[in-house]
Design a protein. Structure first.
Length: 146
């Protein structure tokens, strides 16, 4: 709060939740804030210690590591084992697919039921630019009262 005095943040406006390291071993701090404080943070960098830190919404979409679909976890999965890279019936460790063979099971299923508006399925289901994943993020953020 002292380092970011220009934002006029009170102690009760921020609730620390947890720390985690991402794939690049970068520490991330997740805090809970009210909508007014969130608006103050958006588009800015904040000072933490000797670092200038980016601010972004923390949104976690559950993804099953068994069937590669959304909104549940492997321990609750009733689906078939599906490779997240090529959408075949084997585990990720067994996959030998090349980049040209990538296939997203979520986009493939979407295209099966929405033939008038097909989406590109030539990517891994782990790809953050996947249109089905982006749709899940959009639907989740629409439920939040900012």
């Amino acid at each position: 709060m002292k380092q970011n005095s220009e934002l006029y943040i009170a102690k009760e406006d921020i609730t620390p939740r947890f720390l985690f390291k991402d794939k690049r071993k970068v520490n991330n701090l997740v805090i809970e804030v009210n909508s007014t404080t969130r608006m103050k943070f958006l588009g800015k960098k904040i000072k933490l210690g000797w670092n200038m830190c980016n601010v972004d919404d923390y949104i976690k979409i559950n993804r099953c590591y068994k069937c590669s679909k959304f909104n549940h976890r492997a321990q609750d999965c009733k689906g078939e084992l599906t490779c997240p890279i090529c959408a075949e019936n084997h585990s990720l460790q067994e996959c030998k697919a090349t980049k040209e063979q990538y296939k997203c099971i979520n986009c493939t299923n979407f295209n099966k039921y929405n033939q008038k508006l097909p989406v590109n399925a030539q990517h891994s289901s782990l790809d953050n630019s996947c249109s089905c994943y982006q749709n899940m993020l959009r639907r989740f953020t629409e439920t939040i009262d900012y």
